[in-house]
Design a protein around this ligand. Structure first.
Ligand code: ATP
Ligand code: MG
Length: 183
């Protein structure tokens, strides 16, 4: 599975609709300080269901919406769409047959969140569900940020176990078991 492109609109510094494409397995995003490189990573985290504003370097969840600049007024909503190449069949289940999977999240100033899978409205849960065990999603190890290595080294055994379970692909089954037990 590979991230093919990210479509941003009204998200942080990306006020106008912008598409960032990743044409090969190895891509680099370069640019001067403050140009929005880290905002692109925040965008990925956010769509995958990040629910902590702090992890997105903000104070409130609506801080991801473009809040104006010297020449532009703030906007009312932010949206991000991630398009994944699933031709290797990493995503199974109901989306197994899709070569391309699109995941989208939108938020309004009123803090209303909307999620979409291949264009159809869904719950946040549906998104985290299909990405469980792929290394993306909350507790993802697909994104290695500053300080994460030392956090892993210093992690308590219970915390470390969560990462190991995700890497081993069993977190999905544990989550389903928990679900069934709670029903
Ligand atoms: P560095 O090289 O220093 O790490 P960077 O390219 O990673 O920089 P980012 O942190 O992605 O830069 O982008 C920071 C910019 O995004 C700042 O100019 C900040 O004002 C802008 N920004 C962040 N949130 C918003 C927002 N809600 N509305 C408008 N601009 C925003
Ligand atoms: Mg940065």
């Amino acid at each position: 599975m590979r991230l093919k492109c990210i479509k941003l609109a009204g998200f942080k510094s990306f006020v106008d609709p912008t598409t960032v494409t990743f044409p090969s397995n190895l891509c680099a995003v370069v640019g001067p300080n403050g140009c929005g490189k880290s905002n692109i990573i925040d965008a990925v985290r956010w769509v995958m269901g990040e629910s902590s504003a702090k992890n997105l370097r903000g104070e409130a969840m609506t801080d991801v919406i473009f809040n104006g600049s010297g020449s532009r007024k703030p906007v009312g909503q932010a949206s991000i769409e991630l398009v994944f190449d699933n031709s290797d069949g990493t995503i199974r289940g109901e989306f197994a047959g899709y070569n391309e999977i699109s995941v989208k999240r939108k938020v309004t100033r009123e803090s209303q969140n909307f999620y979409y899978l291949n264009g159809n409205k869904c719950r946040r849960r549906d998104i985290t569900d299909i990405f469980l065990g792929t290394g993306l999603g909350p507790r993802s190890y697909a994104i290695i940020e500053q300080g994460m290595i030392s956090r892993l080294i210093e992690a308590k055994p219970e915390e470390l176990r969560i990462y190991v379970e995700e890497a081993a692909g069993i977190s999905k089954y544990k989550e389903r078991r928990r679900d069934t037990e709670n029903r």
